[in-house]
Every structure is written in C-alpha cells, then in structure tokens.
Design a protein around this ligand. Structure first.
Ligand code: NDP
Length: 313
C-alpha cells in the first residue's frame, strides 16, 4: 500500500494562522513581536530565503526589518550590527542569514546574538537548554519535523527513531527533540557501518543528508514514517530520469525549469513507508512557520510570560 503523504504545507499554514492569532492578541496588549534579518552581500539563494521570511512576517503581523551590510563587511562591523540589535527593545528575534562571506568569522557573529533573541536556536546557550529539556529557542527545521509528527498523530514515545545526519542545524537537534519526546534515538553519519541495516530498525526515519534520493527502499522498514529534510537540486537529465521517469508532473516542470527539487529519499520509498513527507511541500514550509513561532516565543519569553506548547506533547 502506498505511504500516506504528510502535507507539510497544510501544517505550516495551520501554524502560521495560530501564530497570527497570537500576534494579534499580543499587539492588542501593546507588544508587537519584531524580527531583524541580517543579509550580508548578494547571495541569490539567501535573498530568496530572506524574501520568504519577510513575507511571512507581513502575513502573521510580525514587525520585520532587513539589514543589508555590504559583501565586504568585516567581522567587527557585523558584531556591531548584532550588538545594536541586541540592545533594541522592539527587536525580539535576530536572524543572521548564512552563509556569511569568507572573510567573516561566522561563529563569532552567531555567538554574539543575545540567546534570548536567537530565533534560529543556534547559540550554545539554546543548544544546552534543549539538551537539558529547559524552555529555550529550538532550531526551526528540526522543530518543524516534530510538529509534522505530532500533528499527524504519529506516536514517538517508546519507538525507534533513526536520524541520518549530525549537523548542528538539523541532525543533532532533531535527534535531541526525538529523545526529549521519549523515542529511542540513533544518530547516523558518513562513518556509520551498515547504514541500511541501522535505518531499517527505525519506526521513524529522518533523512538530513543532502544527497538526492540516497535513502532507497532497502533502508526502510515496511510501514515506517519517513521524514525527508533533504533539499537537493537535480539538473542532470540522466539523474532526473533515474528518479522520476514516468512522473508526468515532474517531467513537465523539469522541462520548463531545467531542474527539480528533491529530497534525500528515493521516490520508491513511497511503496514501503507507512507515511512520508514530500519534497517540495514537506519539511521545507515548516522552517519559516517555526521561525514565526520562535519570534513570538522570544517576544513572550523576554517579557517573562510562559509559552504554551503549540501542539500536543
Ligand atoms: P550537512 O552537510 O551539514 O550535514 C549532512 C550530514 O549528512 C552530515 O552529518 C554527514 O555526515 C551526513 N552524510 C553525508 N553523506 C552521508 C552518507 N553517504 N551516509 C551517511 N551520512 C552522510 O547538511 P545539513 O544538515 O545542513 O542539511 C542536510 C539536508 O537538509 C540538506 O539537503 C539541506 O539542504 C537540507 N535542509 C533543509 C532545510 C529545510 O528547510 N527543509 C533546512 C536545512 C537543511 P558527517 O557528519 O560524517 O560528514
């Protein structure tokens, strides 16, 4: 039986509308959550991402501000930008869009963000809060993975979860969130022996690798839930054919655009998995929705109010 497709766009829209309601009541109480996005230079992909973030702010009623230091900005100059944003009362969230130009010490700049305004959840203080199960700001993409599972009523507690990928941005925090939700968690990476065998233990398999279609049916236990975080651009037509031959919709869009976006999970997995997130339209839309959620959470936490959980634990 074909896997149930978990509709990330629908879940993201649901979260955005909950956040918009929350923003409305906060604004009525005189608190308008505000997000500052720092976009250094002219990276085309970053410009697209930042446009999406600013648009989401407008949609949910969050105040937003875009700062655009030049490509030649130094570490010291960016530290000054971040410190100014740290001081400003009306700014609740600070997001430094990555990647930063080569001359900049990115770690130093990210470390300078006030942890209370760190809506990306990358600061070691927030990493520590997550790993000790204290309230803090959680990285947006992994938080989105958990929202998809919870809102799709997929049980986590007591189940085997395998996360492929151990980055600070996705793999590790996703594993920590699954552990906090009482899954038994295994983290895999490029040195893992018998990766297909380890993955086949998973009731919940999270792929955050960055390799198009690497997770084939041999990696998946029948009936497992598969969450595909990967975002890979396929522009080679032989590679495209290998994955999508016979898929008319994909073929049409590939002809038009010359490329297609696909995840780390091979399309054949839909024949084995119980549930599966698509790419596009799976985890991707959750990332911006959770950024909006984090901005509101930061606005409330900075003012000392307790933040209710978005969805059932
Ligand atoms: P990184 O490159 O930082 O991490 C990739 C991880 O995959 C590493 O831990 C690496 O292992 C592991 N890996 C690579 N090759 C293999 C292999 N052959 N077998 C097993 N493990 C392997 O990537 P990110 O975590 O930043 O991103 C992962 C994917 O998620 C990318 O496609 C990215 O575009 C996507 N992404 C999507 C987002 C969204 O909004 N949907 C947001 C962020 C990322 P090792 O540590 O040993 O090198």
């Amino acid at each position: 039986m074909a896997a149930t497709i978990l509709d990330g766009s629908r879940i993201a829209q649901q979260i955005r509308s909950e956040v918009a309601t929350e923003v409305k009541s906060l604004t009525a109480a005189g608190i308008r959550p505000g997000l500052a996005v720092v976009l250094v230079g002219h990276n085309a992909a970053s410009e697209v991402y930042v446009r999406g973030k600013v648009k989401a702010c407008e949609e949910v009623g969050v105040y937003s501000e875009k700062l655009t230091p030049p490509e030649t900005a130094t570490t010291e100059e960016l530290l000054a930008v971040v410190e100014e944003l740290n001081r400003r009362e009306e700014i609740d969230g600070i997001l430094v869009q990555l990647p930063l130009p080569g001359q900049v010490d990115a770690k130093r700049v990210l470390m300078a963000v006030d942890p209370a305004k760190d809506v990306d959840g990358f600061h070691p203080v927030n990493v520590g809060l997550l790993s000790t199960q204290r309230p803090g700001l959680v990285p947006c993409t992994p938080a989105g993975v958990l929202e998809i599972l919870k809102r799709s009523n997929i049980a986590i507690a007591g189940r085997e979860a395998v996360v492929v990928g151990r980055s600070d941005i996705v793999g590790k925090p996703a594993a920590m969130l699954l552990l906090n939700a009482n899954a038994t968690v295994t983290i895999c990476h490029s040195k893992t022996h018998d990766l297909p065998g380890v993955c086949r233990r998973a009731d919940i398999l999270v792929a955050a690798i960055g390799r198009a279609g690497m997770i084939t049916r041999d990696f998946v236990k029948p009936g497992a839930t598969v969450i595909d975080v990967g975002m890979n651009t396929v522009s080679d037509s032989a590679e495209f054919q290998r994955f999508f031959a016979g898929n008319q919709k994909r073929e049409e869009s590939f002809r038009k655009k010359g490329s297609t976006l696909m995840g780390d999970v091979h399309p054949e997995v839909a024949e084995v998995a119980g549930a599966l997130t698509p790419v596009p339209g799976g985890v991707g839309p959750l990332t911006i929705a959770m950024l909006m959620f984090n901005t509101v959470k930061a606005a409330k936490m900075r003012r000392g109010s307790r933040v209710p959980e978005l969805s059932r634990a």
